[in-house]
Ligand binder design. Structure first.
Ligand SMILES: NC(=O)c1ccc[n+]([C@@H]2O[C@H](COP(=O)([O-])OP(=O)(O)OC[C@H]3O[C@@H](n4cnc5c(N)ncnc54)[C@H](OP(=O)(O)O)[C@@H]3O)[C@@H](O)[C@H]2O)c1
Length: 324
């Protein structure tokens, strides 16, 4: 079968479309024929060596939709979460590293990770959901407990996870303020339901603009940018607010402890989600909700797809079409 493989570190240019053996399923596993897959920033980080436990060569890819025993299925990329819904078992792994992932014609996964695909979604839309949807759902619903009437800040709305967080926060009835490096992305976010937006690239004091848009009262912030963005988010929260952190794209943050203790903030970390989160997240798509698909590439054009994410050109999810 054909597989998009990473043989060496050094960025997306190191990816190759290889001919490899079909995967073999262990006793509790199945082999899914992949129709479409989606990229996550994790995949880009792995090509650059910015991820723990990298083993090469490896087929990347955490998101996939495909066929199994006559059903159209979507794959939960969180393998071995464990029994406690509050946090994962530290031996759990994510599909696509260390085990081979979905950027291939076939992928072996535990049977427990295979779910029926919401019927109204196209293959490309369904592929957009798993990892980003799971992360966003847990951030907004399970950890963030976002409620109707609350004001929520989503930093960097172009991100795959954040576009889904916007959908879930609007479903919850929140007022949502977003930031982005691009006016065009802010416009697209407004079309999806965002109530206000600020360009963090052209507005050096974006956090002051957010504060005034929020009327000085931000209940929740959801961030994966880290760095100064996270520090500002902590400063912006109301007393008793919640800050949900699921990534650190910019790296380390220099935070002011005063903002946390004086305002009694809840700073909540989250990663991926439990099988229960995944099932509940999929249900959100049963009533006509659709994820945002940015662009669809053929598997053979995988390098261009990775570069689009690396350059932050996307709004929503970048898809790899694997088979018809
Ligand atoms: N813990 C987990 O389980 C988990 C799961 C998924 C993702 N993540 C992490 O979360 C991050 C995002 O992942 P993704 O797949 O959604 O990435 P992505 O689709 O590549 O999106 C990244 C976005 O981050 C935004 N960004 C970059 N620099 C920023 C800054 N200085 N301030 C505000 N926003 C900034 C940009 O938004 P604009 O384009 O709008 O400027 C960019 O589009 C990554 O670090 C990833 O590793 C963690």
């Amino acid at each position: 079968m054909k597989a998009l493989r990473l043989a060496a570190l050094g960025g997306p240019a190191q990816l190759r479309l290889d001919e490899v053996d079909l995967p073999r399923a262990a006793s509790d596993e199945v082999v899914v024929k992949v129709r479409a897959a989606a990229l996550n920033h994790r995949d880009v980080f792995i090509t650059k060596g910015l991820y723990p436990g990298i083993e090469l060569p490896r087929t990347l890819g955490s998101d996939g939709v495909g066929e199994l025993e006559g059903r159209r299925v979507v794959i939960d990329p969180m393998i071995g979460w464990g029994d406690d819904p509050r946090y994962w078992n530290e031996n759990g792994t994510i599909l696509g590293m260390p085990r081979d992932g979905t950027f291939a014609e076939y992928v072996a996964v535990p049977r427990a990770n295979v779910f029926d695909c919401p019927p109204h979604l196209s293959d490309d839309e369904a592929a957009a959901i798993p990892l980003a949807g799971l992360t966003a759902f847990r951030a907004v619903v399970t950890r963030g407990r976002v409620a109707a009437g609350e004001t929520v800040l989503l930093t960097g709305i172009g991100g795959g996870v954040q576009t889904l967080a916007l959908l879930f926060a609007k479903q919850a009835g929140a007022r949502v303020i977003v930031t982005s490096s691009s006016d065009a992305k802010l416009e697209r976010a407004r079309a999806l339901g965002a109530d206000a937006g600020v360009n963090y690239r052209t507005d050096a004091q974006w956090y002051k603009t957010v504060r005034s848009l929020a009327g000085g009262h931000l209940d929740v912030a959801i961030d994966s940018a880290g760095g100064e963005t996270l520090a500002r988010a902590l400063d912006l929260m109301r007393t008793g607010g919640r800050v949900i952190v699921y990534g650190g794209t910019q790296g380390e943050a220099q935070i002011r402890p005063f903002s946390i203790f004086w305002k009694h903030l809840d700073v909540l970390g989250t990663s991926m989600g439990s099988p229960g989160d995944f099932a509940a997240m999929l249900k959100r798509f049963r009533n006509g909700l659709r994820p945002v698909v940015d662009r669809v590439f053929a598997l053979k054009d995988g390098v261009a797809a990775f570069e689009r994410l690396d350059q932050a050109e996307q709004f929503g999810k970048v898809i790899l079409r694997v088979s018809a």
